[in-house]
Design a protein around this ligand. Structure first.
Ligand code: HEC
Length: 167
């Protein structure tokens, strides 16, 4: 009796996992992050990255040393490396029930998107190195470079939003 109900609930779990993976990517691996999860994670991460990015600029303007931004910069480095993995096929605009600003260009021009993400990761790695070296002037300049890397990717791969939206 006991054994039977365990088997049944195991079966239900498998069904549930298969159901999740149907919408979005990774149909071949039901245990991976689903397409809908990927959209949620990337939107949340992007929102938090703008907060981290602004907090670093504000701190420098307020007279803080670059070395005090080491933790924030290191977080941005990790995030930048994760970005290209959060855009699995089938998670573009209109492909799932979730709202997304990810343009089809991401998948049509995957190499270009990967390149934009790699460049972003490079700019954040340099930012973290400048923080570690406590080069405050260099850090402030590099924040601009990172900002341009955000903008360059958005210009091609993200649906534009009205200016009041903040990104
Ligand atoms: C490699 C490309 C790329 C880079 C680099 C990038 N973004 Fe994005 N960003 C996107 C895409 C694509 C979306 C749309 C994601 C979605 O809606 O699913 C997005 C969405 C956003 C959003 C809106 C998220 C939401 O809640 O809908 C914000 C805010 C944002 N990015 C900020 C930033 C900031 C700040 C940086 C740099 C520090 C940055 N992005 C770097 C591609 C990028």
């Amino acid at each position: 009796m006991m054994k039977r109900s365990i088997l049944i609930s195991g079966g239900l779990l498998v069904l549930a996992a298969a159901g999740i993976s149907q919408e979005g990517a990774s149909k071949d691996d039901a245990r991976s992050v689903s397409g809908l999860d990927a959209i949620t994670v990337r939107e949340a991460g992007m929102d938090m990255s703008v907060i981290v990015f602004r907090s670093m600029g504000d701190a420098i303007k307020a007279g803080s040393d670059a070395k005090d931004q080491t933790f924030a910069a290191a977080g941005l480095v990790k995030w930048a490396k994760a970005v290209p993995h959060l855009f699995p096929a089938g998670t573009g605009k209109g492909e799932t029930s979730t709202a997304t600003q990810a343009l089809p260009t991401i998948w049509k021009d995957r190499a270009g998107f990967e390149h934009a993400a790699a460049y972003y990761a490079e700019t954040t790695a340099r930012l973290a190195a400048l923080a570690a070296a406590n080069d405050t002037l260099g850090f402030a300049k590099q924040l601009e470079v990172v900002n341009q890397a955000c903008g360059a990717c958005h210009a091609t791969y993200k649906q534009p939003v009205p200016p009041h939206h903040g990104n």
